[in-house]
Write a protein that binds this ligand. Structure first.
Ligand SMILES: Cc1ncc(COP(=O)(O)O)c(C=O)c1O
Length: 373
């Protein structure tokens, strides 16, 4: 399966399906808006999109941030509901929205007039969702803006009120309750709006609100098999998620390395004992962070081995000197960079980031393959 000598992400459609089932288990009565922005959180392949699509019902939605991605999905999935998370910013986008039957968020007064132009006279017209700022202070109408533009917003006949919790991965943080209370107060001003949407993966996994049939849940990272919660706080439900993507890269050179030799740019690592050095075809241009040099490990034949020296643009170097019964590395072997044995949560900590950034930072040049299961 891993044959061409390229850094390769293996994608498990079975794991994806299993994660979709977890969302249904948590919120069996709610509809889902599955977040597929940033090229499906780096998963990229049409098979991933199709798997998500075929596991949703006809009233469920895919969401992206920009119109180009939405149009590209529309061409593949003519009947799927698609939501633009950032709304539209000019007349041309409004026309594209109209033409391709896209649903849009309105989060700012400047979008109200444009949103009207996405509406069709004939029914059913694609829905407009109104985003309110319940306390994250990023996108969304503030209370003042809602008061000022109340009649224009109401005239859009919104399908759902939408907001985003900033601290849902810390369930006991009082910011969550403040935002939920603020959101409910705003909701009372819009009694005719049938639906709400407040829950990302952390809100779902930490069960911060009741998930009734009026709520559109918005799972993102959990669909791809990762929890946004800190790993030390993972409960059974977080642990039931199955990462859909594991990452491998091939050994393209092997050499003996003498005690005292320096390796890589700047010679940041000095060999402590004669051993073998494997040069692996992956680097920061593939999305393997430069911060991982001299910090991370890769896995091969039953053992982890340290990444030594700096990560360069296209290569990393790994030191093999363990006296084990494991088979020695061979040219063309693929090492696991993360996956079953190298935990992405721990790796992202070493790279001073979060799994979201690592996944969405995987370069286009990384080969994606569907795992045969
Ligand atoms: C508006 C909105 N809703 C939901 C999500 C999904 O978040 P998560 O991946 O944490 O589930 C995102 C992702 O950033 C988002 O921007």
């Amino acid at each position: 399966m891993l044959n061409s000598l390229q850094a390769t992400a293996l994608l498990s459609l079975e794991n994806l399906k299993s994660n979709l089932l977890v969302t249904q288990k948590i919120a069996p009565y709610s509809r889902r808006v599955v977040i597929v922005k940033a090229q499906l959180y780096g998963h990229l392949l049409d098979e991933v999109l199709q798997t998500i699509h075929t596991n949703l019902n006809s009233q469920e939605v895919l969401a992206v941030t920009d119109i180009d991605s939405a149009v590209s999905i529309r061409k593949k999935l003519p009947n799927r509901r698609i939501l633009l998370l950032h709304g539209i910013s000019n007349l041309e986008e409004a026309q594209e929205c109209y033409f391709h039957n896209l649903e849009t968020i309105v989060h700012h007064p400047s979008q109200i007039e444009l949103a009207k132009k996405t509406q069709k006279k004939e029914s059913p017209s694609p829905f407009i969702w109104v985003k309110v700022d319940s306390g994250m202070h990023r996108l969304g109408f503030t209370l003042d803006q809602i008061t000022q533009h109340f009649s224009e917003i109401s005239a859009l006949n919104p399908h759902a009120l939408f907001s985003h919790l900033s601290n849902a991965d810390s369930p006991s943080d009082q910011q969550n309750q403040q935002q939920i209370t603020q959101f409910s107060a705003i909701q009372k001003s819009f009694p005719d709006v049938a639906y709400t949407s407040l829950s990302n993966s952390a809100t779902l996994l930490n069960q911060l609100i009741p998930f009734n049939k009026k709520e559109y849940i918005r799972p993102g990272i959990m669909i791809y098999g990762l929890s946004p919660n800190p790993i030390e706080k993972h409960h059974t439900i977080d642990k039931s998620l199955k990462p859909a993507l594991s990452f491998f890269a091939p050994i393209i050179s092997l050499k003996t390395i003498k005690k005292g030799s320096f390796v890589g740019y700047g010679g940041s690592w000095q060999c402590p004992k004669d051993g073998t050095l494997a040069v692996i075809k992956v680097g920061y241009a593939d999305g393997y962070s430069r911060l991982l040099g001299n910090r991370s490990s890769v896995y091969l034949n039953g053992q982890p081995y340290p990444v030594v020296g700096h990560v360069s643009m296209d290569l990393i170097t790994v030191y093999f000197n363990k006296q084990t019964n494991c088979p020695p590395p061979k040219l063309g072997d693929f090492v696991e960079l993360w996956g079953e044995h190298i935990c992405l949560y721990s790796l992202s900590k070493k790279a001073q980031t979060i799994p979201y950034e690592i996944l969405t930072g995987l370069a286009d040049r990384v080969c994606r393959k569907i795992q045969q299961e």
